[in-house]
Structure formats: structure tokens, C-alpha cells
Design a protein around this ligand. Structure first.
Ligand code: ATP
Ligand code: ATP
Ligand code: MG
Ligand code: MG
Lengths: 255, 255
């Protein structure tokens, strides 16, 4: 019953964590019970919101611990399962499991533990990789949001993400749809950015959301352990991500 | 006898590939025989220089193929070992090897194949991760260059890189030194960038190089399959990376 959304792009630094954190914070602020899961060993989600779990996603996946025990309430309606270097050990553990099961561990654990009953939204922040942890995230999620910077190598990256989603469908028999492509770090003054935005809009049509503009406030917010809505509610970053929250809560899982 | 340099930062999008490609191209332009190795399944090195190897680093690591057979000459004095999705399979293969050996495969293969005799510089572009492929790169390299964006989460990331380097020293008994920290995407007009640059300079002193300024030409060059020196020799990007090439060829492996 919860909407399961993965924030994915194996290209680095495309604004995945910034999107996951602010989307989750915004949705929770509107009263929807939200679980935010960090699958990246860098652990930037916890850093950005000022929290470190005593246990991490490692303990859920490998030790089978209950999310209720591992998740940390960080805001009203917002719980977080944090990450740290233990996720690197989780990746190796996954690689050593039976190939038929190693991409489905997250789904098994979270389904068993009835996470879907306790939350309206489960948002999964993925690290810059197409590793087994992220394949687990893709096998668990029903929808994917792909943050994309507006440059050439980013376009190369998007193709790979789409291919991976198709692979997951084919090999793991799990349908996950691209809910949206979100252009990030957008600077309308540079021609390359405008060209890449046009390319994304031409390819993804209405799935290509209005871009998130480059805005220093978004980069400053984590140093204050705040969402953009808490840190700089009048900024472009806040209004741009508010628009994405609007889109998310008004869309539904199937469209 | 070749200098072995890894370009490493598990944080995504910090300019690793842009640095690896332009450093290798610049050093080769000055007549030094250079091998550029892509360890990232995204394969951005080949894309940026307009080349795809028939075989990849996977075939060197897993199949034991000769670099001479796998490397592609892309410019005068510049050969490239490209990557693609096979590197994801290489990562899983590494995870399934004996823990005592799985971080040393690259060193074994490349030492056996006398790569050091054929080149003056071996530059290794790492993906955004601290996975086994990158631990192999760290165990092979003697020096590390760490490109860092000028924002808060980047500082969090640098600490992790330093910790990983210490772990490699302690567990794999291989000394690799931080040759330089290279601030990237620098925009002197934003206060956060200036503050982060000061923090990096305060911590790393003379190891902190002059920053690479944000410059659209650097983002455009890969779409033309050119180094910045070929694409826009008069740009800030070209002069900034030229300065890094100067630093590299005038420094030596031990200082
Ligand atoms: N629109 C924006 N304008 C300015 N800075 C931004 C913007 N979005 C994100 N940032 C900052 O840029 C950096 C990279 O963003 P972020 O960490 O969210 O990307 P990521 O895709 O999660 O990176 P990784 O691939 O390492 O996980 C962070 O320091 C973040 O605070
Ligand atoms: N100084 C710069 N100014 C403007 N654009 C840049 C600069 N350096 C790199 N870029 C562009 O920014 C994007 C990210 O850079 P790059 O791919 O080199 O980072 P990376 O650290 O290798 O990323 P990843 O973590 O995904 O491997 C690329 O499209 C690149 O062309
Ligand atoms: Mg992130
Ligand atoms: Mg790269």
C-alpha cells in the first residue's frame, strides 16, 4: 500500500541524495508517513538530516533486523534507515549469495516486515553504481526517479539506467517504471544545459519534470542538517523541490 | 619505473574522469608514454576520447589477457584500457575470490605483464565507490590524486577516502600516498566554495592544488571526443588543467 520509489542514477553527483532527502522531507511535512532508506555506503542521507542510526541497512539485509528497530525517527512523519561503511560489507555478502536470490533480499526482508503497512511512502536513495545493493533497490521499488545533470556524460548515463531497469524486468521479472526524469544543477545561461534539457524533454516528454536550478542553498543545507524547506524556504531550491513534492503527491503509482 | 597514479573519490561527480582524461592527454602531449586505465563500469574514459576497446579491464583482470592486446592507442603516446558493463561482472568475480587476494589482482596482472617498463605514467580513473575494483586500483597505485568539489558533502567524502587509503596500507601492507587534492567546479563567487577551499587548503597545505574552475568547455569536450587541450585550448579549463599537468611532470613520485 506504500508507494516505493527509488532515486537512481549510477552517474555520480547528479543530485540523488539532495532529491531523496528533500522529497522525503517535503512529503512528510504534508502529513504522509515516510520511510527514507539510504543504500549508499557514503551515508549522506543521515549526514544531511543530522542523524546516525545505531544500526544500518546492513543489519536489516544481512542480520534480518526489523526496520522498526533500525529506523530512526528524524522528523514528524519521517523515519530514516541510515547507512555507513557496513554497506560495503553488505555488497560483498550479497555477491556471495545465490545469484537467484541476491537481488531480491531487500524485497524479502521489507515485505516480511510489513513496511508497506506502516508507511505511505518508502523512498530509497541509491549510490552512484549499478551494484547489487541498487539492484535490490530496483527490485523492491515500483517507481524510479532519475535525477540527471544537464551535461553530455549525463545523457550517456541515462541510457545505462534505462537498460538496467529493463534488465531487472527481464531477469528478475519485476516491473518497475520510470516515474520521472529530474534535470538537476540547471543553469539556463549555458547553451549545453539548454540543449541537454531539450534532449531530455524530447525523449521523456511529460515524464521530464521542470528542472532543479543550480542553487547554493541546496549545497549549504546539509551543513546545517536541514532540508531545504527548513534551511531556506524562500530559495529557488525550496520552490523547485516543492514543485517536485507537488508532482509526487498528485501523481499516483500507476500513471 | 612508471609512475602509477589513481584518480580517486568515492563521492560522485567530483571531476575524476575529467581529471584523468585531461591529465593523461596533457602528459602524453608532452611526450611521456602514458597508459590510461578505466576501472569504472560507466566507461566514461572511452566515451570522452572517442574509443571503445574490443576488450576491457575485465579481460585483463579475470581472463589474464595482456594489456598490450587490450589497450587501444588513442593519441600519440596515449593508450587506453577502456571499461564497460563487464566491470560489474569483474566486481562480483573479485568478491568471490579469496579475501587475501581479491584486492591485489590488478597489481599481480599488471606487474606480470611489465606494464611499468612500457610506460612513463599509468593513470587509473576510478568510479564513485570504495568497491573492490577501486581497492585494486589503490593497491596498484603509488600515488593518489583526489578531485573534490567545493561543497559540504564533499568534505565528508574526503575523510572517507583518507580512511580507505589508511586501511589499504594497514591491511594490504601497501603504501600509497596522497599526491594531491584537486578542488574542482570552483566558483569563487559563492561563499560556500570559498569556505570549502580554505578548509581544504588549511588541511592539506601544499598538497591542495590551485582549483579547477567551473567551465562549460570541460563539460562540452567529451561530446566532441576531445581533451580540453584539443577542444578549447584557450579556455579556463585548458589553462587550469595545464597547470595540473605542469605540477605532475615537475613533481616526482616521492615528494
Ligand atoms: N541544484 C543544486 N544546486 C547546487 N548544489 C547542489 C544542487 N543539488 C545538489 N547540490 C550539491 O551538490 C553535491 C552533489 O549532490 P548530491 O550529493 O545530492 O548528488 P548525488 O547524486 O547523491 O551524489 P553521489 O553520486 O555521490 O551519491 C552535494 O554537495 C549537494 O549538496
Ligand atoms: N570544472 C568543470 N566545469 C564544468 N563541468 C565540469 C567540470 N569538470 C567536470 N565537468 C563535467 O561535469 C560532469 C561530472 O564530471 P566527471 O564525470 O568528470 O566526474 P566524475 O567524478 O568522474 O563522476 P563519476 O563519479 O560519475 O565518475 C561531466 O559531465 C563533466 O564533463
Ligand atoms: Mg548521494
Ligand atoms: Mg567518472
Amino acid at each position: 500500500r506504500a508507494r516505493r520509489i527509488a532515486i537512481l542514477n549510477q552517474k555520480g553527483g547528479t543530485g540523488k541524495t539532495t532529491t531523496a532527502v528533500n522529497l522525503a522531507a517535503g512529503v512528510a511535512e504534508r502529513g504522509h508517513k515516510t520511510l527514507l532508506i539510504d543504500t549508499d555506503a557514503q551515508g549522506n542521507v543521515g549526514v544531511s538530516l543530522g542523524v546516525a542510526g545505531e544500526q544500518t541497512l546492513y543489519h536489516v539485509l544481512v542480520d534480518g533486523k526489523e526496520p522498526a528497530e533500525v529506523a530512526v525517527p528524524v522528523r514528524q512523519h519521517l523515519d530514516v534507515i541510515t547507512s555507513d561503511q557496513t554497506l560495503a560489507a553488505a555488497e560483498i555478502w550479497l555477491a556471495r549469495q545465490d545469484p537467484a536470490h541476491r537481488s531480491r533480499v531487500m524485497t524479502k526482508r521489507l515485505n516480511l516486515m510489513q513496511v508497506s503497512r506502516r508507511y505511505d511512502y518508502v523512498i530509497v536513495d541509491c549510490g552512484p553504481s549499478l551494484n547489487l545493493l541498487n539492484q535490490n533497490a530496483l527490485s523492491y521499488a515500483d517507481e524510479v526517479v532519475i535525477p540527471v545533470t544537464c551535461d553530455y556524460l549525463a545523457l550517456v548515463g541515462v541510457k545505462q539506467v534505462l537498460r538496467t531497469i529493463k534488465d531487472v524486468e527481464r531477469h528478475l521479472h519485476h516491473a518497475v517504471r520510470v516515474a520521472a526524469v529530474l534535470p538537476t544543477f540547471y543553469d539556463g545561461r549555458t547553451r549545453l544545459a539548454r540543449e541537454v534539457l531539450e534532449t531530455l524533454q524530447g525523449h521523456f516528454k511529460q515524464k521530464c519534470l521542470e528542472p532543479i536550478r543550480a542553487n547554493t542553498r541546496l549545497a549549504e543545507a546539509p551543513s546545517h542538517r536541514k532540508s531545504i524547506f527548513e534551511y531556506a524556504p524562500q530559495s529557488h531550491g525550496a520552490s523547485d523541490y516543492n514543485r517536485v513534492v507537488d508532482w509526487l503527491v498528485s501523481s499516483n503509482a500507476q500513471q
